[in-house]
Design a binder for this molecule. Structure first.
Ligand code: KG4
Ligand code: ZN
Length: 332
């Protein structure tokens, strides 16, 4: 059974082939054009998807040694994401499925981030909790089955990836700044500076307060020393990262204790963060959790996760018709 999956929700054009339950290829074309604008420019993203989609799909099929005629289904990300970007992937997938006369499968991008855990073994067992952290989302999800997920907590304002990226921008670093904060923090002291963590009740998050606090902190310090950022970059990055990771782990701990669930996973672009990964492992050791952290390439946006989500849907005969259109604000 061969599934071709396409991901185009934001600034990565990706195609993957899942053959008999195994990923045979996972091609990702990253759009570097946004770097100089300090964030993804939607119009440029859709144009770049248009340029990339055909070569990316062809490469994925070639690497997998699967021809178009051997495909059993075509899957695509229906949402959430940028409308123009989603349209490129959705239109391509619809046309291909129609031309080949095979089923079309729509996938929710956030559910796919969670299901990326089933690309590797051992996979978590149900029920498990997943902290899904990306540039657009910060969610605590309870997963009772492959397609039975409930959001039990989420951000009320910015996503944590956005907090990383916006902090990086204030430090003069290019987009996406998350990986750069991670890099510069390696030689810094995480306790050099303190930022307010705030406290949302229940399992929800808020990252707008810390962003403002960082802005004032940098403004005040550069007033007295214009070279402050340059001189203290590692310490600043390490302190910001430490605060953001603590905010995430505090809620994850609360969710685990409230639900009694001990299989704990992370997913999404920010789960590539080295300190989040190591502190989660440490916390898991202390609290007796089974911790699941995806392989690096399955953390950030990729089509392999769309393919595995599509396989679960294929097994249940959950197909989409040709009238489907993208849903930029698609919920679970
Ligand atoms: O899941 P993803 O690839 O795209 C979205 O669906 O948003 O996540 C991208 C986000 C960006 O905000 C990026 O800065 C962040 O993930 N990110 C990181 C790291 N690698 C990627 N944030 C912190 N540390 C990292 N190592
Ligand atoms: Zn994502």
């Amino acid at each position: 059974m061969n599934i071709l999956a396409i991901e185009s929700s934001c600034d990565e054009t990706s195609a993957a082939v899942l053959a008999d339950g195994h990923i045979r290829s996972n091609i990702i074309a990253t759009q570097l054009i946004h770097e100089k604008y300090g964030g993804v420019v939607p119009e440029l993203a859709s144009r770049a998807h248009q340029q990339h989609i055909l070569p990316v799909v062809e490469r994925a099929l070639l690497d997998a040694k699967v021809s178009k005629n051997e495909l059993n289904a075509v899957a695509f990300t229906r949402g959430p994401g940028l409308l123009g970007s989603l349209l490129v992937g959705a239109s391509f997938a619809k046309a291909l499925a129609l031309g080949l006369n095979i089923p079309l499968i729509e996938v929710n991008h956030m559910q796919a981030h969670v299901l990326a855990h089933f690309l590797e073994s051992p996979a978590p067992s149900f029920p498990f909790l997943c902290l899904t952290v990306s540039g657009g989302h910060t969610q605590l999800v309870r997963i009772d089955g492959p397609l039975a997920m409930t959001v039990i907590g989420q951000t009320q304002d910015d996503a944590v990836g956005e907090a990383f990226d916006k902090s990086a921008k204030l430090l003069g670093l290019p987009y996406p700044g998350g990986p750069l904060i991670d890099k510069y923090a390696k030689t810094g002291n995480p306790l050099a500076f303190r930022f307010p963590m705030g406290d949302m009740p229940n399992l929800d998050f808020s990252f707008s307060g810390i962003k403002t606090a960082i802005m004032y902190f940098l403004r005040d310090n550069t007033k007295t020393n214009p070279d402050f950022i340059q001189e203290r970059l590692p310490d600043i990055c390490a302190s910001i990262q430490h605060t953001l990771v603590q905010m995430l782990l505090t809620k994850l701990k609360r969710a685990a204790s409230e639900t009694g669930i001990r299989d704990i996973a992370i997913a999404g672009g920010v789960s590539a963060n080295s300190v989040l990964r190591s502190m989660l492992l440490q916390l898991g050791n202390e609290l007796g959790w089974h911790v699941f952290i995806p392989k690096f390439e399955y953390c950030t946006d990729n089509a392999a996760m769309i393919a595995i989500a599509a396989q679960f849907k294929y097994e249940q005969g959950d197909f989409t018709d040709q009238l489907v259109s993208p849903l930029p604000r698609m919920s679970f």
